[in-house]
Design a protein around this ligand. Structure first.
Ligand code: 7ML
Ligand code: ZN
Length: 879
């Protein structure tokens, strides 16, 4: 049935406004797990006034149609055309009331889109096009209307009945049933509709907005999770306060609901006043969630809350504009986390994530601009490009315009567009007009895909004391985009003496020197910047704070990197210099190994890392970031042909070498940080744990780590320390690992989120044997192929975070994974497509692996009844 839909490409240039206004939507649900009856009443009004009657075109998918009435006349099959996923009612009058009744089947909905079952309760996911699985409707974001929702259900099984907006009515009904009505005063697109029905418990708090509105905050969870909601609630309150303080944006209703579910395709969803969250981003207790989980919860709670203005009040005209709401909201959640925690640490984590996830995407078969020009399946475009690269584009507006200029732009954006469905161009215009600047050339960032490469060279003339930096930008060709134009790059620069002092900068032609970071603008293919009165050849500190999302090429000498690591004022540059030095060392040993040479440890790297380890002043979390070696996939991306084993061995060799050389420092620092103090949630406590655990991971490369890890595991009072110790033992194949895994399993077998960690620890273990473990774990009672978190933990982690396992030379990892993609596609195409993308970089490997991966891609492509989701990914990969 899906075949007709698969392969159909939709183009941005074909956008046409919907000819009708929908003035109101009245929805009635008769809730049942097997069958739910949905009645809809829609008030259509032709936009162009007195024009001739027009067709009404509606979307629907997997709906069992019971009846349609137009202006109270029952329509027969002769009165409408039902073709695939569209229903056309020809020649409807200017004012048309359409009433439909359909039946849907939540319990058998394994795609987790539309109305579905999670445990014992029902819930919805509508973004992007899930509303059409609930009822016939113009399911597109530019059709906004007000909703009134009536829910009727058995009261004992479904005591809680929620939808968007305010509760307007409750009633008891005969035979143990009840009714609840909800009304949302804000017109919204269908993708923001939500309903929840079930037996859920709630944690309640409230927030008084700046203007005095008392907002009731309610987090709904299954009863056993009531003691894990404090952090989410605190994060919500912090989000609401932060959006008032930083963006002058207040909440606009009296109620804010969050519902947590274990069965969710993504992280969370911003449905108006009824957010639905993957339980992973709500539930936390010190003994069940790591510091990274706590930070993830804060970020995602913030993200969904911030959507209320950037996404809900102002939404997207069409799905090509997805980055309008997502890039902007990710920027906002990044800033929120930066303000709540450490700005520098947050920035480094964001850059690491961009490089390891978005760069490969931008260099692969699915490369697309942050505002794509076409798609076959929109669900495949909820990508790191649209989200994370999109956020870097928003950050560049901020860098170019400053905080106050950016806020002026935001203010104008809301003044102009509150209540509308708009485009990325509208956002750019608001920023430009509010600041009276021309941003036309900046707009190229929306249409060009690929990561720009910036080649930097320098020249110092001792006789004239002039220093010249020459920058050349090249964006490589990407599928469908051969020729690229130069982009606007904010270029934040500092110059250091070799002793690490910051030089005052005076561009040729300027009258005075200014100290500190200098923001320059690069907008041509090639540009030179000349500085005068430079007393000695300086060390350039390039793209401070990572001022543009580019790959920066500069041939640093080892001593220049050492200067930056030790002295630069910018935390990102210090971190990046350490990463570069480590990367150079690892890749060099990888090359030596390939030549059959002995690997050796670079002394300048040891010296630099000794410096980092001896810094007792810096934020421990920053040191932890600097000590974390670049991951294997990132290193593989830096090679012409990825050498899977070589990278793994070289990275391990360098890590072990550093551990041996600096053992005293690692164990000394470990001992200081491991002071037996009870768990705390504070930023400083988290920072100390991160440094302690990275020290432990180095010590596990030497003889001393194992007993430390064993002791840490035995005495740990929190999941961060428990997991760090256990993961370390599992990775080193310690005899302690087996019992540790067994005890962990016994203790947490009934806990879905904690068991995810147990699966991850095993799936991530390097080596070609891991596929056997993973296959066996699929039969574990806690595993379910129907549950996206489980699939991501076991199958996703194996394919995407375990290079030596997935890329086992015999192809066993590939064959296993292709089987899973095919198996999953029949259940949940969205998740299957995400999994299929593990093969996207197949062309970057050696001939043997290439051939094996290609065979698996072809096997998936020829599997019968493939979804549009998976076929788009696989056919692009094979193209
Ligand atoms: C990004 C989301 C989706 C998909 C959440 C689903 C969302 C769409 C939804 C950053 C932080 C948290 C979640 C997500 C994310 C992929 C990623 N509208 O709010 O964007
Ligand atoms: Zn979002």
């Amino acid at each position: 049935m899906k075949e007709g839909i698969a392969g159909k490409t939709i183009y941005r240039k074909d956008y046409l406004a919907y000819p009708w206004d929908v003035n109101h939507l009245d929805l009635h649900f008769d809730i049942g797990i097997e069958t739910t009856i949905v009645r809809a009443e829609m008030a259509f009004e032709l936009k162009d006034g007195a024009g001739a009657p027009q067709d009404i075109v509606l979307n629907g998918s997997d709906l069992q149609l019971v009846s349609i009435r137009l202006n109270d006349r029952i329509l027969t099959t002769d009165d409408y055309v039902l073709e695939g996923e569209t229903l056309t009612i020809p020649g409807a009058p200017q004012n048309s009331i359409l009433k439909t009744e359909v039946r849907i089947h939540p319990a058998s909905n394994s795609a987790l889109e539309g109305l579905y079952l999670s445990g014992k309760f029902l819930l919805t996911q509508c973004e992007a096009q899930g509303f059409r699985k609930i009822t016939w409707f113009p399911d597109r974001p530019d059709v906004m209307t007000t909703y009134r929702v009536t829910l009727e259900a058995d009261k004992s099984n479904f005591p809680v009945l929620l939808s968007n907006g305010n509760k307007t009515e409750t009633a008891e009904l005969p035979s143990g049933r009840h009714r609840v009505c909800w009304q949302d005063p804000f017109p919204k697109p269908s993708y923001l509709f939500a309903l929840v029905a079930g037996d859920l418990s709630l944690v309640e708090d409230h927030f008084i907005t700046r203007s005095g509105r008392d907002v009731s905050l309610r987090i709904y969870v299954e009863k056993e999770n009531l003691d894990r909601c404090d952090h989410a609630m605190e994060s919500l309150v912090n989000s609401m306060r932060w959006d008032e303080d930083r963006f002058d944006l207040e909440y606009d209703l009296d109620i804010y609901h969050i519902v947590a579910t274990n069965d969710f395709n993504m992280g969370a969803m911003e449905n108006k006043s009824l957010n639905i969250f993957n339980s992973k981003y709500v539930l936390a207790r010190p003994d069940t969630a790591t510091d990274a989980d706590y930070q993830g919860i804060e970020g995602v709670i913030g993200h969904e809350y911030f959507h209320n203005w950037t996404g809900n009040r102002v939404t997207c005209q069409d799905w090509f504009q997805l980055t309008l709401k997502e890039g902007l909201t990710v920027f906002r959640d990044e800033e929120f986390s930066a303000d709540m925690q450490s700005r520098a640490v947050k920035r480094i984590r964001v850059v690491r994530d961009l490089r390891s996830r978005q760069f490969p995407e931008d260099d692969g078969p699915m490369a697309h601009p942050i505002r794509p020009d076409h798609y076959a399946e929109i669900n495949n475009f909820y990508t790191a490009t649209v989200y994370q690269k999109g956020a870097t584009i928003i950050r560049m507006y901020h860098t170019l315009l400053g905080e106050s200029g950016f806020q002026k732009g935001m203010k104008l954006y809301f003044e102009r567009h509150d209540g509308q469905a708009v485009t990325c161009d509208d956002f750019l215009s608001a920023m430009a007009d509010a600041n009276d600047v021309n941003l036309d050339r900046f707009g190229r960032w929306y249409s060009q895909s690929g990561t720009p490469q910036v080649f930097v060279s320098d020249h110092y003339d001792a006789s004239t004391k002039r220093y010249t930096l020459t920058l050349k930008q090249i964006t490589p060709a990407t599928p469908g985009q051969q020729d690229k134009l130069p982009l606007v790059l904010p270029f934040a620069l500092g110059l250091l003496t070799s002793q690490g002092e910051e030089l005052a900068l005076q561009l040729e032609g300027e009258t005075e020197a200014v100290s500190g970071t200098r923001l320059l603008i690069m907008e041509e293919a090639q540009q030179a910047f000349s500085f005068i009165n430079i007393p000695q050849a300086p060390v350039p500190s390039l793209f401070r704070d990572y001022s543009a999302p580019v790959k920066i090429f500069f041939d640093y000498l080892p001593e220049q990197l050492a200067t930056l690591i030790a002295y630069d004022s910018d935390a990102y540059v210090r971190w990046d210099a350490a990463q570069r030095m480590a990367q150079n060392a690892i890749l060099e040993q990888c090359r030596q190994r390939a030549k059959g040479n002995e690997m050796v440890l670079d002394t300048s790297l040891v010296r630099a890392f000794r410096g980092i380890m001896s810094d007792n002043q810096a934020d421990p979390a920053l040191l932890a970031e600097a000590l974390q070696l670049p991951d294997e996939d990132y290193l593989a991306e830096q090679m012409e042909v990825a050498d899977v084993e070589g990278i793994h061995e070289a990275r391990k060799f360098i890590k072990k070498g550093l551990a041996i050389e600096l053992e005293a420092l690692f164990s000394g620092r470990y001992a200081t940080l491991n002071d037996g103090s009870p768990y705390q949630k504070t930023a400083i406590a988290m920072a100390r744990r991160s440094l302690k655990n990275i020290c432990l991971s180095y010590l596990l490369e030497t003889g001393t780590g194992e007993s430390l890890a064993g002791a840490q595991l035995a005495s740990s009072d929190n999941m961060t320390d428990t997991l760090a110790a256990m993961q370390g033992l599992v990775l080193m194949d310690s005899p302690l690992a087996k019992t540790a895994l067994l005890e962990f399993e016994t203790k947490w077998q009934a806990d879905a989120l904690v068991m995810d960690k147990w699966f991850i620890m095993q799936a991530i273990k390097p080596g070609s044997n891991t596929v056997t473990t993973v296959r066996a774990l699929m039969d574990h009672p806690a595993f379910s192929i129907q549950n996206p978190n489980k699939v991501r933990a076991l199958i996703g982690v194996f394919a995407m975070l375990n290079p030596t396992g997935f890329h086992a030379a015999d192809g066993s990892g590939y064959a296993f994974h292709a089987d899973r993609v095919i198996e999953l596609d029949a259940l949940n195409p969205q998740i299957a497509a995400r999994m299929a993308s593990a093969f996207n970089r197949w062309k970057r490997y050696d001939e043997g692996r290439k051939a094996l991966m290609k065979t698996e891609l072809e096997r998936i492509a020829s599997a019968g009844g493939l979804s549009g989701d998976v076929s788009e990914i696989v056919s692009n990969a094979l193209r």
